[in-house]
Design a binder for this molecule. Structure first.
Ligand code: FES
Length: 139
């Protein structure tokens, strides 16, 4: 499932103009996957915002829950951005509203479907343990 939530105001996104690395750390399995995000070959437009961490994870074969299909209507895609936070698009009010419903929110919290890195830094994303098991919405 994918698409666009028509009730969400769009934020301007800076697409990366050069390759950068995104490392996903899976807290549950204590493993990590590093993916080279090359904007010239990346398949934009398949899930979440264009070039979002969720879209990058999908292309990297890394599983992140995304119950609403990447349209900022749940909080199951909550991750921690440990490096490169400042290179990411700003969170919208809608994202912050959804994040309020997520467990264990920190200053590094983002919804991966709404968080778009601009490529000015390599990014490290931690997928929390509970992410893989949370399948219900609205809690
Ligand atoms: S997948 Fe639902 S908010 Fe990101």
């Amino acid at each position: 499932m994918g698409g666009v939530n028509p009730y969400i105001r769009k934020v301007p996104l800076n697409r990366p103009d050069k390759p950068f690395k995104v490392t996903f750390v899976n807290e549950e399995t204590n493993t990590s996957t590093t993916y080279l995000m090359d904007p010239s070959t990346f398949p934009y437009g398949h899930i979440g915002l264009d070039g979002s961490l969720l879209a990058i994870a999908e292309d990297a074969g890394v599983e992140i829950n995304h119950s609403c299909g990447g349209v900022c209507a749940c909080s199951t895609c909550h991750v921690y951005v440990q490096n490169g936070f400042k290179s990411c698009s700003a969170a919208t009010e809608n994202e912050e509203d959804e994040l309020d419903k997520a467990p264990a929110v920190t200053t590094e919290s983002r919804l991966s479907c709404q968080c778009v890195p601009d490529g000015s830094a390599d990014v490290v994303v931690v997928i929390p343990k509970w992410n893989r098991n949370q399948v219900t919405e609205g809690h």
